[in-house]
Design a protein around this ligand. Sequence first.
Ligand SMILES: Cc1ncc(COP(=O)(O)O)c(C=O)c1O
Length: 370
Amino acid sequence: MTNFRVRPALADTPAYVPGKPPAPVEGVQSYKLSSNEHHMDPLPAALEAILGAARTPHLYPDPSAHDLTAALAAHHEVPYDNVVVSAGASEGLSALIGITAEAGTSVVFPWPSFEMYPQVVSFTGAEKIAVPLADEGRMDLPAMLQAIREDTRLVLLCSPNNPTGAVMGQAEFDTFMEQVPADVLVVLDEAYVDFAPGSEGAASIRANGAGLDAPVDSAVGLATYPNLAVLRTFSKAHGLAGLRVGYTLAQPGIIHEMRKSIAPFSVTAPAQAAAQASLAHLDEIAVRSKEVGVLRDELAARLREVGIPVPPSGGNFVWLPLGKRSQEFADACMAAGLAVRNLGAGVRVTVGPQEALDRLVDIARTFIGK
Ligand SMILES: Cc1ncc(COP(=O)(O)O)c(C=O)c1O
């Protein structure tokens, strides 16, 4: 029992449940496929930058992350004031929700999607309007538009969507943005965008035969829609999840307000340095992202052959819509040394080394045959 008073909103706020580590299993190597981490080693240049910046732990980092912010602004060809760096995209997301939502307002988001959305929205006291996904785990943008109310301050979009992997197309995004009230902020969470085919920018092509659109051209989006903010992270394609560094691109007015929420010094010097080094080696990151994409598409195809209707994914993960059997499948994986993520409606599996994926397909084959 506590004898202090907390805000009523907390009663409704779920705590974040992180992906489980694998349980050790005699005689086999265990793999963690439950947190959408990158399974490859970090870039040597990033490691070197971390070591270089680790020599001054007695000093606070640059609170404005000036050099990284300038590098990001140059990379995205936007003014410096359109970028803010944060401790992961998570801190940027919390800031965006924090500057807009409060009790008496509402926030619209797709569901299932990133688990932090309901958590952070609830925390503010705002009402959660969770809009169910459409076929193949795609966001139902017309339904999300319908769900916007007078008191709605924010809409969250996630593309590729975690956990289903669906990528939003340019045309549906434009139709959506043209109809959203101008005073409602729209956040496009692109944590996984570098893994999506066609992420190099060609907006309207059908990127592969598996029915995935190329991702939205968010640079054009930012220039076109003043109420759009784009969230990115170094945790996924750049493989720097442990360092906690991400950023937001938006109009200076939005960035200015976010700075009031983001904790000073939240991005450490090694994190800033590693992100900058990684950004300078984007060609290598692109090669690795493509390799992850190949493993992902092979995994999805093999799981479909086994009989699981895995939707096309643009992330570093695939979605197994197993419904009520999700826990049973997650348990079977754990017993074989693989930690996967049961999210209730299905199981999300992060791309890992070939051996882990081969084992997963074997487990799935036996499981479906039961
Ligand atoms: C969709 C999505 N957005 C944002 C994040 C936050 O990433 P980070 O805080 O590590 O940058 C994640 C992490 O899993 C995610 O899945």
